[in-house]
Design a binder for this molecule. Structure first.
Ligand code: 5GP
Ligand code: ZN
Length: 113
């Protein structure tokens, strides 16, 4: 996808601090961390957001969540963490490439919205 920031990170055109990578997904550290641990997990296939998921492209989400559990263990988040996916303008999504935030390393704010 042209002009997609996260597609450029996948392509290596923009550097990132990688945490995990395989043929389907990439996990890297958020450039502006909101918690001591703040990792983004994205599919390599360009999907604009959770609002663009369907029966044909959503298998990667199960893979992402399986790896999120592994990454969280690796990062030492044994006391818990939060997984967030912002969707669209009202959801506060600033990058229109599906991503899941892993936030942890502190007691997180309990307010959801
Ligand atoms: P959103 O607001 O769409 O849910 O999340 C986008 C996230 O991407 C933000 O937390 C922001 O800090 C992060 N981000 C934006 N640009 C870059 C970048 O160039 N590199 C990295 N590693 N993270 C970025
Ligand atoms: Zn993209």
């Amino acid at each position: 996808m042209e002009n997609c920031l996260f597609c450029k990170i996948i392509a290596g055109e923009i550097p990132s601090t990688k945490v995990y990578e395989d043929d389907k997904i990439l996990a890297f550290r958020d450039i502006n961390p909101q918690a001591p641990t703040h990792i983004l997990v994205i599919p390599k296939e360009h999907i604009a957001g959770a609002d663009e998921l369907n029966e044909n492209n959503s298998a990667v989400v199960a893979h992402i969540f399986a790896k999120i559990a592994e990454i969280a263990k690796q990062e030492g988040l044994s006391n818990g963490y939060r997984v967030v996916s912002n969707v669209g303008e009202d959801g506060g999504q600033t990058v229109r490439h599906l991503h899941f935030h892993i936030l942890g390393g502190k007691k997180l704010n309990t307010e959801m919205a």
